[in-house]
Design a protein around this ligand. Structure first.
Ligand code: SF4
Length: 413
């Protein structure tokens, strides 16, 4: 297939594909799926071998957010029956993080709901970062606290943070349909503040919110321009009690095509298989390891993931290896470009994490029967992808988190 050979060739040379080529990947049929995975897998192995990086989320403050992100169970007006609690103390957070590190995680992602931190919040998170680094000097620590104000990124960096996550989530043209309380530009600005402070930027997307193929390609090309070191790919978990509760439009095949497109557009970046993988990829998760080189171990912020042991077995059974602290995540050239000082660029410390909550995707275009390799500029690209039908609504797989941080129950790790 010329398309895939061309994309592999470009991926091995870190050359940006055309939008038409990216759209064509999303338009491939289920019959071509294994060819697509095999092709993108060559690019994955070129830059990341068969290593899988484990990241561990610690939800420092859950629920009660004044923002209205329509996919989020923590949003203003959410009726989702999630855990709600205010800031964990540094020792509580450090204890939660230790469980993830003991489970094999190389990164700890400290996340708090809210529009953005106050300077007092930055102080308390700085103490948490110091507490975690004291206990696990090799661990990489990421902060994900929302929109940053001037100087806050520098202070987090000074406290020992290695990275900062802030996702773009969806395309600029549709952002206003997902969130009205802050803008796409606000998000881009926060990522750039983190990069300017020498933090490793982590910024990704949520697929499955009813966006079109063109929207997906738009946000991934924007991420390529922003050039974060890691790109979390979330698949919407349609939480009851949120505006997107009925947005079940993903199939495992569609999710794999989206991951392959991200790998081709961002060949040498840590692509993280983030929230929603258990719900939407299900038994095809091992195939996704040929595309993404990073996952979250344990639970997500407000929902439960599969058991940590099951993840470790899946990685081994699929012929991959957990990336150890002795291995550097990013390819040599990215470290050189970024210069020393930020975790993922040197063995030992780094970090990054996904947006506040996981995401979704769509079935193949309209009829469910995808046209093989859509021609460049195919109009299918602009059409919001039709729902995959009620049988896609796997509400049985959505479990609200009831253990770990903010509870007396042991975390999943
Ligand atoms: S994504 Fe973040 S900012 Fe948006 S509603 Fe959820 S917690 Fe608030």
């Amino acid at each position: 297939m010329d398309l895939l050979n061309t994309l592999v060739d470009k991926g091995l040379r870190r050359e940006l594909p055309t939008r038409e080529e990216a759209l064509a990947v999303l338009a491939t049929s289920d019959d071509e799926l294994l060819d697509v995975v095999a092709a993108a897998g060559k690019v994955r192995r070129q830059w990341f071998g068969r290593r899988v990086k484990l990241n561990y989320l610690v939800n420092l403050k859950s629920g009660l957010c004044p923002e209205d992100c329509s996919y989020c169970s923590q949003r203003l007006g959410s009726k989702a029956e999630i855990l709600k609690y205010t800031w964990l103390k540094p020792d509580q957070a450090s204890e939660a993080a230790a469980a993830g590190v003991a489970g094999g995680a190389k990164r700890v992602c400290l996340v708090a709901s809210g529009r953005g931190p106050t300077d007092r919040d930055v102080d308390r998170v700085s103490k948490t970062i110091e507490a975690i680094k004291e206990q696990n000097e090799d661990v990489e620590v990421c902060a994900c606290l929302g929109l940053l104000s001037s100087g806050q990124a520098d202070r987090l960096r000074a406290a020992g943070a290695d990275a900062y996550n802030h996702n773009l989530n969806t395309s600029e043209s549709t952002y206003g349909e997902i969130t009205t309380t802050h803008t796409y530009a606000d998000r881009v600005d926060t990522v750039q503040q983190a990069q300017a402070a020498g933090l490793s930027a982590c910024s990704g997307l949520i697929a499955g919110m009813g966006e079109s193929d063109a929207d997906l390609v738009d946000v991934v090309f924007s991420l390529r321009d922003l050039d974060p070191d890691s790109v979390p790919v979330n698949f919407l978990i349609p939480f009851e009690g949120t505006p997107l509760a009925k947005e079940w439009n993903l199939t495992p095949q569609r999710a794999l095509r989206i991951l392959a497109m991200v790998r081709f557009v961002c060949p040498d970046v840590e692509v993280r298989l983030a929230g929603g993988r258990e719900v939407h990829l299900r038994s095809l998760q091992p195939l996704a390891l040929h595309l993404a080189n990073s996952i979250f171990l344990g639970d997500y912020l407000t929902s439960e993931g599969q058991a940590g042991k099951a993840d470790l077995d899946m990685i081994a059974d699929a012929g991959f290896e957990v990336e150890g602290a002795d291995k550097v995540t990013l390819p040599e050239h990215r470290r050189a470009e970024a210069g020393a000082g930020c975790g993922s660029h040197e063995a030992g410390a780094s970090a990054g994490c996904g947006s506040h909550e996981g995401g979704g995707g769509c079935g193949p275009c309209g009829s469910g029967e995808a046209e093989p390799v859509a021609a460049a500029g195919s109009d299918a690209a602009a059409e919001p992808v039709a729902a995959a039908g009620n049988d896609a609504a796997r509400t049985d797989l959505v479990a609200v988190r009831r253990r770990g941080a903010g509870t007396d129950l042991a975390p999943n790790a």
